[in-house]
Write a protein that binds this ligand. Structure first.
Ligand SMILES: N[C@H](CCC[C@H](N)C(=O)O)C(=O)O
Length: 276
């Protein structure tokens, strides 16, 4: 069978979006791997599935697969594209949309200026919630990689993140250290690894090595995790503007137990079809 899809991106973090409300198909990890290949497939960072709701208090179910085939709990840039997609495809007329993910319920709001604000929910900071192996919760942890200790924050936005502060993202060891921390045994579900350069109390630069993908042009949950870590450690104040290689996100967080609000763009690139 042929499946219609839309190729989209949020600040260069790119997605294949499948409407499984109007189309019926059983998508498996092998499809994400096959279609995610940038030479023999569509090519994307993540595959996003738009599905009917499974509970009465949400409008849709939102499932996310990395290009390595792993199904994950949350994708922030993808959430903005999700909102743009369901409105453009007239799957809803609501301007505020509640969607259920493996990582919890999030709320998407399309603004008059076309930017999308996502209530990403409250960050999870207890080691067992992240998950991250530590005796107790702390603002940061020393994690050893090949004999060298690296100080990092551990935050979950539904998906696990390590956040390290660096002087200059331009020469941060994103690939070499990012890949080692992604698979570090203290992150039993692996981790996304963010490298944050603080410019001033409300501006920073961020590069992210994403679990299951590698370095991406932007990472929405990574930006949320970095902002939470920077606010908790007293480096920065909300609202924070983070500049990623693909562009800028605004993150607001009022403190523990409060939701993280992320605002940014979502772009449709082209429509296509794949054979299932
Ligand atoms: N690689 C992530 C999922 C996608 C997150 C990212 N694309 C975003 O915008 O939040 C993980 O394995 O948890």
């Amino acid at each position: 069978m042929l499946l219609r899809f839309t190729k989209m991106h949020g600040l260069g973090n790119d997605f294949m979006v499948l409407d499984l409300v109007s189309q019926h198909a059983h998508i498996q990890p092998k499809h994400a791997k096959q279609w995610g290949d940038r030479h023999t497939g569509v090519g994307f960072d993540q595959l996003l599935l738009v599905e009917p709701p499974q509970s009465p208090d949400v409008d849709f179910r939102y499932r996310i697969f990395n290009s390595d085939g792993s199904e994950v709990e949350q994708c922030g840039n993808g959430a903005r594209c999700f909102a743009r997609f369901v409105l453009d495809k007239r799957l809803t007329v609501k301007k505020t949309i509640r969607v259920e993910t493996k990582g919890g319920i999030i709320e998407l709001s399309v603004r008059a200026d076309g930017l999308i604000t996502v209530d990403m929910g409250a960050p999870r900071l207890l080691p067992q919630e992240i998950p991250f192996q530590a005796d107790a919760e702390a603002l940061s942890y020393a994690v050893e990689v090949e004999g060298k200790a690296h100080e990092l924050a551990a935050v979950s936005m539904g998906n696990p993140h390590a956040v390290l502060r660096v002087d200059d993202v331009g020469n941060a060891p994103v690939h070499e250290l990012g890949s080692k921390l992604e698979h570090h045994p203290r992150f039993p579900q692996r981790a996304n690894v963010g490298f944050l350069q603080v410019i001033d109390r409300q501006r920073g630069r961020l590069r992210v090595w994403e679990r299951g993908v590698g370095e991406t042009q932007a990472c929405g949950t990574g930006a949320c995790a970095a902002a939470v870590a920077a606010i908790r450690q007293g480096w920065m104040d909300s609202p924070i503007q983070l500049e990623l290689p693909g562009g800028k996100l605004t993150i607001e967080w009022a403190g523990p137990g409060q939701p993280v609000m992320m605002t940014g763009p979502a772009v449709r690139v082209y429509e296509g079809q794949v054979r299932l």
